[in-house]
Design a protein around this ligand. Structure first.
Ligand SMILES: C[S@@+](CC[C@H](N)C(=O)[O-])C[C@H]1O[C@@H](n2cnc3c(N)ncnc32)[C@H](O)[C@@H]1O
Length: 239
């Protein structure tokens, strides 16, 4: 895992909610990278692409990933400095990608003045959301509720969670253009809060211990039954 980076609006304490929604994918595209808390904490995809319009953000990522110790390396990460909209408009999608989008907040939902060197006005939100609405692959968008989002992402599913800011607790919304998946790309963060995650983790460890303790023939029969009864779905899902 790449070392954490503190970043305004960063998802350092809430990335689990986003990862717990991610269907299996081959290519991961995070379009407004910032400190990239989601990318840093999710299981890497075969290929990952991180984009940010701020050259200082991208330079910091390049410095950190140039010659990392092996335990902080992130496999096959392509960094792009540029506008998300231009990248998405040009990219040749195959459908096995997952796009995660965490743009600067809509000006009317912000409690703080401008915090990013590259920021968004209302027209930028309109351009981005109109483009996202047409993408032919699973997309997850983070933000605070606003009528513009409901209008331009009409028909998308939503999930909300509480997130601490430096001053209070606010409700963040995730908009996504697919049904909540039965199979996750990364199931290590399952659970809505710390306690639930601990409980699920321990339950999984107990199950794994029982499988490990089986004699090899019994384990093989069990693995065969599991495979026949619950075949693993292909990587991409349809939108
Ligand atoms: C809300 S922050 C992302 C925080 C990130 N999710 C994290 O965990 O740290 C938004 C980012 O979008 C970048 N940005 C602003 N306009 C952009 C654009 N048109 N295309 C790509 N990135 C942009 C900003 O530089 C900033 O880093």
């Amino acid at each position: 895992m790449i070392q954490p980076m503190k970043y305004p609006g960063g998802k350092g304490k809430t990335y689990q909610h986003i990862i717990n929604l991610m269907p299996p994918h081959r290519v991961y595209i995070e379009t407004h990278l910032g400190g990239g808390a989601v990318l840093r904490n999710k299981r890497p995809a075969e290929h990952s692409i991180g984009i940010d319009a701020d050259e200082r953000v991208v330079a910091q990522w390049r410095a950190r990933t140039a010659d990392p110790p092996t335990d902080t390396a992130y496999p096959d990460l392509e960094l792009i400095c540029g506008r998300a909209e231009e990248f998405l408009a040009r990219y040749s999608f195959l459908g096995d990608e997952l796009v995660y989008v965490d743009p600067p907040y809509h000006p009317e939902t912000r409690r703080q003045p401008r915090v990013y060197r590259c920021d968004y006005d209302v027209e930028d939100h309109v351009e981005l959301l109109s483009l996202l609405a047409r993408l032919p692959c699973p997309v997850i968008v983070s933000g605070y509720a606003h009528p513009l989002y409901d209008e331009l992402l009409g028909g998308w599913n939503q999930r909300t969670f509480q997130a601490k800011t430096h001053t209070d607790v606010r409700t963040e919304t995730l908009w996504f253009n697919f049904e909540p998946p039965d199979q996750l790309h990364d199931s290590r963060h399952r659970g809505d809060n710390f306690r639930e995650r601990q409980t699920l983790k321990r339950r999984m460890e107990r199950l794994q211990d029982r499988v490990r303790a089986m004699d090899p023939a019994e384990r093989h029969a069990f693995a065969q039954w599991l495979h026949d009864t619950y075949p693993v779905a292909p990587r991409s899902i349809s939108v």
